[in-house]
Design a protein around this ligand. Structure first.
Ligand code: SF4
Length: 367
C-alpha cells in the first residue's frame, strides 16, 4: 500500500491564520484571498476544522434559528436576476398583498414551539415609504412583538428616510434583513433597477435608528471568488450582525435559470472563509441549502455556520424543521440564542488598522 505525502506548508499557514483569529486578530485581504483560492480537499478540510474552532470559540455550541413569512408576495418592480418574485420574469410564483395578522401569529406560534428565535416579515417590493403601508407594517410588527413568542424581524427593501427607520424601531423591529447580495463590482449583474449605494444608504438609516443588521448575499450567481471575498469584507465594514449566506437555487424563468451549481466543497470553503473574516458574526445558511448541499448539510457547522434559516423559503421548499432539529441534536448543538450574540460583536470596520482605509463603513455612517 502506498501513501501520498501531503505538503505541510498550507497546513501550517492555515493554522497560523486560524490561531491569529482565535487571539482576536484579523485577516488581510491578501490572506483571505489565499484561503478562498485553496483547491485541494485536504487543505479545505483543514480550513473547515479551523473554522469550526473559531465558531466554537466565539459562538459556543448555540445555533440561532430564524424563519420567514412571505408578507407580500410577487409582482416586485425590481429586476434581481435570481428572484422568482420579480415582475420582470415569468416564474409562476404566487402574488398577494400585505399579509393579515392571523398568518403572522400562526408563524410566531410555530416558531415558538420549534425553538426558532426570530420570524422575519419579508415583502417583495422595492422599498417602504411613509404612509398607510408603513402604518400597517408597524401594526404587524407590534402584534408579533406583543405575542412574546418570537423576535420580530423584517426585510422590507430600500428605505429612503431616517423617519421610516425610526418608526420601525419604535414598533419593535430588532433586526432588519437587507442583503448586499455580492461585491460592489458584481452587483450590476444581479440588478439594475437599484444600486449598491441604495442598499448601503438603507443600512445607514437602520443603524442610526439602532436596528441590528442582517445582511449577506447569494453565492453561485456567476461571481468570482474575489467577489465573494470582497462581499465578506464589505459585510465586516458595515458591521452586519447576522450574515445570511444563500446558495443560488436557479429559478426557471429568471436570467440565472441555467447557472451551474457550485461544487459542495466550494460552498463549504466559502462559509469557512466567511467565518475567518467575520469571526463574531452570526453566519446563517439560508436559501438553497437543501438543494445544493444535500447529504453534506450538516457540514455547514464544521465550516463555521452558527445560524440556520429553517422552514420554507419565500418561493422554494426546505427540509422539515424537525429534521433540522434532529441534525443539531445529533451534532451536540443547541438550537438557542440570546441577545449577547449581538452585544459581543465588534463595531463596523474592516480591522486593517489603517486610518486612511476607505471602507463601506464610511458610506453607511456618512449620512
Ligand atoms: S430580491 Fe427583493 S427587490 Fe429583488 S426582485 Fe426579489 S423581491 Fe424584488
Amino acid at each position: 500500500m502506498t501513501a501520498t505525502l501531503v505538503d505541510a506548508t498550507n497546513h501550517t499557514r492555515i493554522a497560523g491564520l486560524g490561531e491569529r483569529i482565535l487571539r482576536g486578530g484579523h485577516l488581510s485581504r491578501a490572506e483571505a484571498r489565499w484561503l478562498f483560492h485553496l483547491e485541494d480537499s485536504v487543505d479545505i478540510f483543514d480550513l473547515l476544522s479551523w473554522a469550526n474552532r473559531i465558531r466554537e470559540h466565539f459562538k459556543g455550541n448555540k445555533i440561532h434559528l430564524c424563519s420567514i413569512v412571505n408578507a407580500k408576495a410577487g409582482a416586485c418592480s425590481e429586476n434581481c436576476s435570481f428572484c422568482a418574485q420579480s415582475s420582470h420574469y415569468q416564474t409562476g410564483a404566487p402574488k398577494y398583498g400585505f399579509v393579515d395578522p392571523e398568518p403572522v401569529q400562526e408563524a410566531a406560534e410555530e416558531a415558538n414551539q420549534k425553538r426558532v428565535t426570530a420570524v422575519g416579515l419579508v415583502a417583495a417590493w422595492k422599498g417602504l415609504n411613509e404612509g398607510p403601508m408603513l402604518d400597517e407594517v408597524c401594526d404587524r410588527v407590534r402584534e408579533l412583538k406583543a405575542s412574546g413568542k418570537t423576535r420580530p424581524d423584517v426585510s422590507l427593501g430600500i428605505i429612503k428616510s431616517q423617519k421610516v427607520a425610526d418608526r420601525l424601531k419604535e414598533a419593535g423591529v430588532e433586526c432588519y434583513g437587507h442583503n448586499l447580495e455580492s461585491s460592489r463590482r458584481f452587483f450590476p449583474q444581479t440588478c439594475t433597477t437599484h444600486t449598491y449605494d441604495d442598499r448601503l444608504e438603507t443600512i445607514g438609516y437602520l443603524k442610526k435608528a439602532g436596528i441590528k443588521i442582517c445582511s449577506g448575499g447569494i453565492i453561485g450567481m456567476g461571481e468570482t471568488r474575489e467577489d465573494r471575498c470582497d462581499l465578506a469584507f464589505s459585510l465586516k465594514e458595515i458591521g452586519a450582525n447576522v450574515v445570511p449566506v444563500n446558495i443560488l437555487n436557479p429559478i426557471p424563468g429568471t436570467p440565472f435559470e441555467k447557472n451551474d451549481p457550485l461544487p459542495v466543497l466550494e460552498i463549504l470553503k466559502t462559509i469557512a472563509c466567511f467565518r475567518f473574516i467575520l469571526p463574531r458574526q452570526e453566519i446563517m445558511i439560508a436559501g438553497g441549502r437543501t438543494v445544493n448541499l444535500r447529504d453534506a448539510q450538516s457540514m455547514i457547522f464544521m465550516a463555521g455556520a452558527s445560524a440556520l434559516m429553517v422552514g420554507n423559503y419565500l418561493t422554494t421548499l426546505n427540509q422539515p424543521v424537525e429534521k433540522d432539529l434532529q441534525m443539531l441534536k445529533d451534532l451536540g448543538l443547541d438550537p438557542s440564542w440570546d441577545s449577547h450574540g449581538f452585544s459581543d460583536q465588534e463595531e463596523a470596520g474592516c480591522g486593517c488598522g489603517n486610518e486612511s482605509c476607505e471602507t463601506e463603513a464610511e458610506l453607511v455612517t456618512a449620512k
